[in-house]
Design a protein around this ligand. Structure first.
Ligand code: OAD
Length: 247
């Protein structure tokens, strides 16, 4: 069903010197990646994300946490970017100063062709050492789960920001600057619950950006946003691209 895209939004995007987009798990939902709060299905239904995505959980039961991420990694490897990811890559190619900030760890924005991507919560396909936090590219084959860091023998963990851990400082500062300086800011597929990412649209509002939310469900941002579209990203964003370059 076609969406009614307000002419004012088209005008704002055509005039914009800087556009920033924040995405969350909802942008990948149409690829078949369960959103963070829906991810506990099947085998994993009895665990809450807080029981699996913390350094304490890893210390308590590293195999359990490793196996959960291995399951999610397989899931991500088996899916493809959807029309929402592809539309964002196209917007980047056609608009000036475009920054894509994502809370997702699935790497689907890169696979869709997005270039200027700030990953606030890490990436599920990368690994690091639990003890010294340095990247681990590979390890000696071993039946041990999780494997060990080839440098120091510490346990290898996914390069993900877990609950209670700090976000990568450079990416966060760049995201805050891009949000505060944007003329148009999109919040797409995020429940706007987890800070500091949920603070980025507020910085954009303070900077007088046009703030656009795309989410089938209302969030705490919906009432403050300039435009709030209750729609799936994979349907709305391609229509926005078409409206921008066909009129
Ligand atoms: P959530 O799972 O909290 O929220 C997903 C949002 O996507 C919800 O608001 C849905 O309504 C919306 N949604 C569902 N389908 C959609 C679709 N087709 N198009 C657009 N939106 C859709 O995921 P996040 O907000 O990303 O952090 O969660 C933020 C962070 O919470 C995650 O990155 C994770 C977790 O703590 C870490 O792992 C550090």
């Amino acid at each position: 069903m076609p969406f009614s895209i307000p002419p004012g939004l088209i005008e704002s995007l055509r005039k914009a010197r800087a556009v920033t987009v924040l995405t969350g798990a909802g942008i990948s939902a149409e690829s078949g990646v369960p959103t963070f709060r829906d991810a506990q299905t099947g085998l994993w239904a009895k665990y809450s994300p807080e029981e699996l995505a913390t350094p304490e959980a890893f210390q308590r039961n590293p195999k359990l946490v490793w196996d959960w991420y291995a399951w999610r990694r397989d899931k991500v490897a088996s899916v493809r970017p959807n029309p929402g990811h592809l539309a964002l890559a196209e917007l980047e190619a056609r608009l000036p100063a475009f920054t894509l900030v994502t809370q997702n760890v699935d790497g689907l924005h890169h696979r869709a062709g997005s270039k200027n991507v700030l990953e606030l919560h890490g990436n599920i396909t990368r690994f690091k050492c639990f003890d010294d936090n340095d990247p681990v590219e590979s390890w000696h084959p071993t039946p041990e789960v999780p494997p060990r860091c080839p440098r120091c023998g510490g346990l290898v963990r996914p390069d993900i920001v877990w609950f209670g851990e700090a976000l990568p400082v450079e990416a966060l500062l760049a995201a805050q600057k891009a949000s505060a300086e944007s003329d148009v800011f999109f919040s797409i597929g995020t429940s706007s619950l987890v800070y500091p990412a949920a603070g980025l649209p507020l910085l954009a509002l303070e900077g007088r950006a046009v703030v656009v939310e795309v989410n089938p469900n209302p969030t705490s941002l919906s009432r403050q946003a300039t435009h709030s579209f209750q729609a799936p990203a994979g349907e709305f964003l391609p229509e926005l691209v078409a409206a921008l370059w066909s009129r």
